[in-house]
Design a protein around this ligand. Structure first.
Ligand code: COA
Length: 185
C-alpha cells in the first residue's frame, strides 16, 4: 500500500552542512536578500523582491501551501552560520497520482559548491521514503544550464519541452520537463 503523507508537523531535515526547516518571520531579511538578487529570479516567474514585505509574503505562502497540502518549502540554513542561503521544496502535489514538482533557489555567492545537490538529495529521499511519491517533476527554462545540470546529476530524465508554457516578464517561455521516478531511484 502507498503511504499518503499527512502534512501534520513540518518536517525538519539535516544534511552534512545544512538544516532544512520551516521558514519563520525571522528569516525575512535572508529571504529578501535571496530574492532581491536579479540572478536568482532570472529564470523564475517572479520579479525581484523590492522590500522585506515581499519576503514576508513569500514565507506566508510557504505556510499556506503546507496547510493546503499542495506543497512543502524548506529554507536552507547553513549550520555553521545560521544564515538562510536558499530554499527548496515541492509544489503541485497530485495526491491521486503520487506526483509532485520540485523547485529550488540559492544565493549566487553559494553557487558552485554542490550545496543544492546536497539539499535536493535529501528532500528527494524524503519524497520517496516518507511521502510515498512515485514521480518528481522538474520544469526548467532551456537557458538555465546550471539548473538542468543539477537535476541531470540527480538522475532526472528529460521527457520533452513544454512550448511557450509560461508567460514570464513580458514573454512566453518554453520549459524543459524532466522527471525522476521512484523506480529510477
Ligand atoms: C540552480 C542552482 C541552485 C544551481 O546551483 P549550483 O551551485 O550550480 O548547484 P549544485 O549544488 O549542483 O553545485 C554544482 C556545482 O558545484 C561544484 N561543486 C563543488 N563542490 C561540490 C561538491 N562537494 N559536490 C558536488 N558539486 C560540487 C560542481 O562542480 C558544480 O559546479 P559547475 O556547475 O561549475 O560544474 C543555482 O544556479 C540557482 O539558484 N539559480 C537561480 C534560481 C534558479 O534558477 N532555480 C531553478 C529554477 S528551475
Amino acid at each position: 500500500m502507498t503511504i499518503k503523507y499527512e502534512f501534520k508537523d513540518f518536517p525538519q531535515l539535516e544534511t552534512e552542512r545544512f538544516i532544512l526547516r520551516k521558514g519563520i518571520v525571522g528569516d525575512c531579511k535572508d529571504i529578501f536578500e535571496l530574492y532581491s538578487d536579479e540572478n536568482v529570479v532570472k529564470y523564475l516567474p517572479l520579479t525581484s523582491f523590492k522590500s522585506v514585505e515581499d519576503a514576508m509574503d513569500e514565507i506566508n505562502w510557504y505556510d499556506k501551501i503546507f496547510k493546503e497540502q499542495i506543497g512543502l518549502r524548506w529554507v536552507i540554513e547553513e549550520t555553521k552560520t545560521k544564515k538562510v542561503i536558499g530554499t527548496c521544496g515541492y509544489l503541485n502535489y497530485e495526491k491521486v497520482h503520487n506526483r509532485i514538482e520540485i523547485g529550488y533557489d540559492l544565493s549566487p555567492q553559494y553557487w558552485g559548491k554542490g550545496i543544492m545537490q546536497e539539499a535536493l538529495s535529501n528532500i528527494i529521499h524524503f519524497a520517496f521514503s516518507s511521502m510515498g511519491i512515485n514521480k518528481i517533476e522538474a520544469k526548467i527554462e532551456p537557458e538555465n544550464k546550471s539548473s538542468l545540470r543539477l537535476v541531470e546529476k540527480l538522475n532526472f530524465c528529460k521527457e520533452g519541452v513544454l512550448r511557450q508554457h509560461e508567460y514570464e516578464k513580458g514573454k512566453y517561455v518554453d520549459l524543459v520537463i524532466l522527471s525522476l521516478l521512484k523506480s529510477d531511484y
